[in-house]
Design a protein around this ligand. Sequence first.
Ligand code: AMP
Length: 332
Amino acid sequence: MKTVVSGIRPTGKLHLGNYFGAVRSFLEMQENYNAYFFIADIHSLTTHPTPEDLHGNVKQVLAEYLAMGLDPEKCTLFIQSDVPQITELYTYMNMNAYLGELERSASFKEKVKTQRNNVNAGLLTYPVLMAVDILMHKADFVPVGKDQEQHLEMTRNYAKRFNNLYGVECFPEPQAYSQTGKLVKVPGLTDNGKMSKSGGENDAIFFDDPEKVTRKKIMKAVTDTGPEVPNQEKPSAIENLFDIMKLVSEPSAVEHFNDLYNNCTIRYGDFKKQIAEDVTSFIEPIRNRIEEIKSDNTYLAEVAKAGADKAKANAEATMKEVREIIGFRRFY
Ligand code: AMP
């Protein structure tokens, strides 16, 4: 079975966009691959979170992914900082990473602009840590977005460089995982492109929003004055709402409102009420499950421990090989 590795940023609070754009592909992967999913808490130190925020966010995303169906029996779900072998390999790999290539990385250039007052060495070597996350488990595939392609290319370079330096075949070169299903881009509620956490408080539908808040956001979603000509093209704000509806509603409901739109009799209030109803029914069981899991520290501890044990065992096997290759051979 092929191995796939994917990181999860512990930024907390997942929204519908994350679910349909990322989580669903994880659910697919855990069925068909030897899948490692980790919460990248070491990576997040580059932005200096408070200890409380860091821990709270890790707990939140762990609970959210479990509530959405990641199954610790089917995949290895672990927290990056639970696996000390990662920081060990990171140290070694940094010796084979060059300043020029790190400075040229698009994400580094971007960070230099966005966090001007905190351009730390961790930001510079971020791609090395990412490569280590992947190489540690000798991944065949990594699901990456467009913005991450360069990092994957760097990962392949570090794999090749290590193999060439020591004349070994230790690390395979991972490839980008392309989903079998269609990649869905979920639009936001404010007609400003894709649904996003940074799109203002009314743009994203979060799984842990109370039901009232979800309904209110949807009822407030941007629309227009309504269609005037039969079968006219839909403006983006309306198309967005239809796109969201397609994800959560019965096809018959979508068809019904589409017909009303096309014959210019749609009432946006009813349309949004239906979307709110269906979004709520979709979210409710997951939201309840998030709460349930978050309050069950014993379960969270069991999951985290089992994931850490599995990830550490595999990481240690890789590290035994790596230490021997490098020449760290014990005298005792
Ligand atoms: P982020 O919230 O930016 O950390 O994204 C986490 C994951 O969710 C990434 O794989 C994104 O590509 C995906 N994602 C975020 N927002 C959306 C969206 N509106 N539609 C589809 N996928 C998304």
